[in-house]
Design a protein around this ligand. Sequence first.
Ligand code: NAG
Length: 144
Amino acid sequence: MTRTHPQNLLFPSLFIILLFTLLFLTSNGDVGTAAQYSPPYLPTDCYGSDSSQFPSSNLFAAAGDGIWDNGASCGRQYLVRCISAAVTGTCIPDTTIQIRIVDYAAGVASKPSADGTTMVLSQTAFAAIANSTATSINIEFQQV
Ligand SMILES: *[C@@H]1O[C@H](CO)[C@@H](O)[C@H](O)[C@H]1NC(C)=O
């Protein structure tokens, strides 16, 4: 009968620890939440009634208090990815979108699907990363 030496377990363990450290360090994003909102999208707190403020992709968002930065967030671009939700299978896997901040979440013309989220995504943006029937999702986001 062979006996497993503790040394034989050391290298696989170190390898796994190294792998997780690398994964953690290479992901610079913050974790937050996102809701969605529907039209009318105008006027916005950033650019008023100017309809040219929306990217042609319709991937835009209103900033929640955490990232609004007293209006300095207007025009900032974020990479956003859905990481989890209350209902399993809500996130569309391996999908990251780039959105532009055009409004302040507390001041949007139509009511967001959830209050107090990090950001409120346009319908197009939300549907690109999650099941559009969801009201709120957990996201990873990173300014670009
Ligand atoms: C989206 O969620 C609804 C409600 O949970 C579900 O009925 C539907 O099948 C989901 N759609 C997809 C594409 O997963």
